[in-house]
Design a protein around this ligand. Sequence first.
Ligand SMILES: Cc1cc2nc3c(=O)[nH]c(=O)nc-3n(C[C@H](O)[C@H](O)[C@H](O)COP(=O)(O)O)c2cc1C
Length: 225
Amino acid sequence: MTTSVSEAVASRRSIRRFLPDAVDRAVIARVLDKAQRSPSGGNVQPWNATVLAGEPLRRLIDTVTAVIPQGRAAHAPEYDIYPKGLEGAYEARRVGVGEQMYAALQIAREDRAGRMAQFVDNFRGFGAPVLMLVHTPRYMGPPQWSDVGMWLQTVMLLLREEGLDSCPQEAWAVYTPQIRACVAIPDDHIFFCGMAIGHRDPAAPINTFAVARAPLSEVVSFEGF
Ligand SMILES: Cc1cc2nc3c(=O)[nH]c(=O)nc-3n(C[C@H](O)[C@H](O)[C@H](O)COP(=O)(O)O)c2cc1C
């Protein structure tokens, strides 16, 4: 049981292999209700979500799985998942976590099929019994997207308190048309990301590899101390 914020932060990681155990709607509702205390500029609370389990989740997975063989031709995200020209330390970190993950799975760099199979597992929610789909009105700007991020982290930490795990998933954004075909997301909202929710498989190497972080000195400077 996670009882401190530090424990919740330290024990949260992106889980990419879930156990099939179901999660009660009441638990998810309790977490989301508490997460309503998340801060947002002007108290706008720009986050919106649809939570899927059971048959609606299976239908979404089937719908997306049907177009995966089309490759990039079927990709239609409504925003740039990464900025064009991501470079330097930022790009190195993005590439780095992938390399750490594939090394843990013993998938070689030249094993494109192996890497693709792992990527495609995104669209089964890594086996999670619950998938939350997150959207916000299109006219919202960077400050409100940042508010959505704060809410997402609040949700993920509260899930830890319930003994649950998660993986935020921008990957779903590439299949926004298929998501819209299955789930009633308003046309004037933009689909941001999914979040797989469930119980981690503690034995899976993909859930235990070390994910590097930049040292504090690289990202924060102090003045006046
Ligand atoms: C908004 C957001 C979207 C993400 N999308 C994906 C995704 O589509 N697939 C995935 O495997 N991981 C995804 N991640 C997880 C990141 O790769 C992960 O947070 C980062 O590598 C740090 O690792 P950690 O979460 O295990 O600490 C996402 C994270 C965030 C915050």
